[in-house]
Design a binder for this molecule. Structure first.
Ligand SMILES: C=C(OP(=O)(O)O)C(=O)O
Ligand SMILES: [Mg+2]
Length: 400
């Protein structure tokens, strides 16, 4: 049976070397699941609250663990309702979304363990496992993820024509390597940012040129279509006092930002643009989506924060045509599923996503397959990123 008999919590390292929360869930029949919370750097204003790991663990031990004992791990809503009840706030500020999401994911894995089913099947049902998300691979980045690099946070390879998820994963790694070659040929030194993308000290315009060239080279090599996209993380660029987007010495008004993004979509045939505008500006999002939403995905990350109420507002105003899903932005798997369902029912594409601070946890790979998501954004290289990519390869190979 999947009745929970124990929950233990500990501090472990994330990929930035910061403490994060890991949870173990045990069931009465010996089922075991482990989940670890990721952590953002360019966090949205409306995200659930991450507490310092120690504080979150102490609060969850006191308030959540006693309520979870006896709950069926296989009843994900019951687990997540218990977490919400233990917390008692709207944003998990009492026990921390970090403990909440770690426990929520660990319970799902414990239930899958008892059932002897892969996590994606426990979460998504018997007919999942045929369709795979296209991985969006961060190959050049800056913003809050790397100092002295591009203003735009992420340049993402999008192997839209790949015949399999495995070929898509390897294509993104090849684009990452080709970017290194192009930078080297141009004499540009580059360290890596938090997500393993190259973080060269070049302008955004030069980065477009480098990524375009790298994508062309790999496209020729692999023989299928590779496009690219962006996470502009524009809430980080937007200055409330100036009422403008700040790119170093240059600023753009909201109208200029919309024109700029629309021109990039057309010039580079972008497949995907995440957070092109400030997280409070549904109207500007809607204007851009109206202009280019027929030929690219306009995705809300900081805009929606995996929150059904914010997504509902986006649907009502025509603000976007896709949503980024980060379970730790909202705190539980049930809430993340609700956001996916609302999105799908309204024709929105879903993109399951990692955070810039990650662990070896592979839940999001299973979540993407379980929800039949069109895309997954989980980096390109680096152990905490390849953990998810390799898990997708294993799921496709029936090896989980
Ligand atoms: C993954 C992202 O970064 P972070 O985790 O820092 O929010 C993002 O903005 O999409
Ligand atoms: Mg983002």
């Amino acid at each position: 049976m999947t009745r929970i008999t124990g929950v233990s919590l500990r501090r472990v390292l994330d990929s930035r070397g910061n403490p994060t929360v890991e949870a173990d869930v045990l069931t009465e029949s010996g089922g075991f699941g482990r989940g670890a919370a990721p952590s953002g750097a360019s966090t949205g204003e409306y995200e659930a609250i991450e507490l310092p790991a120690n504080e979150s663990i102490a609060a969850a031990r006191e308030h959540a663990v006693p309520r979870l004992e006896g709950v069926y791990a296989g009843d994900q809503r019951a687990v997540d309702n218990a977490l919400r009840a233990a917390d008692g706030t709207d944003d998990f500020s009492a026990i921390g979304a970090n403990s909440a999401v770690a426990i929520s994911m660990a319970a799902a894995k414990a239930a899958a363990d008892v059932l002897g089913a892969p996590l994606y099947q426990h979460l998504g049902g018997a007919f999942r496992g045929e369709n795979f998300p296209i991985p969006l691979g961060n190959v050049v980045g800056g913003g809050e993820h790397a100092k002295e690099a591009t203003h735009i946070q992420e340049f993402l390879a999008a192997p839209v024509g790949a015949p399999s998820v495995s070929e898509a994963v390897f294509a993104n790694a090849a684009v990452h390597a080709a970017v290194a070659d192009v930078l080297d040929e141009r004499g540009v030194p580059a360290a890596k940012g938090d997500e393993g993308a190259w973080a060269p000290p070049i302008s955004d315009a030069d980065a477009f040129d480098v990524v375009d060239e790298a994508v062309d080279r790999v496209e020729e090599e692999v023989g299928f279509e590779i496009r690219f996209g962006l996470d502009m993380a524009a809430a980080e660029l937007y200055d409330d006092d100036e009422g403008a987007y700040v790119y170093g010495d240059e600023t753009k008004s909201t109208g200029e930002q919309i024109d700029y993004v629309a021109s990039l979509v057309d010039e580079y045939d972008l497949a995907y643009v995440e957070d092109p505008l400030d997280e409070n500006d549904y109207e500007a999002f809607a204007e851009l989506t109206d202009r280019v939403g027929d030929r690219t995905l306009i995705c809300g990350d900081d805009l929606f924060v995996t929150n059904v109420e914010r997504l509902r507002e986006g649907i009502d105003t025509g603000a976007a045509n896709s949503i980024l899903i980060k379970p730790n932005q909202i705190g539980t798997l049930s809430d993340a599923f609700d956001a996916v369902e609302l999105a799908s029912r309204n024709g929105y594409e879903t993109v399951i996503s990692h955070r810039s601070g990650e662990t070896e946890d592979t839940t999001i790979a299973h979540l993407a397959v379980a929800t039949d998501a069109g895309f997954i954004k989980t980096g390109t290289v680096g152990g905490e990123r390849t953990a998810k990519l390799n898990e997708l390869v294993r799921i496709a190979d029936d090896a989980v």
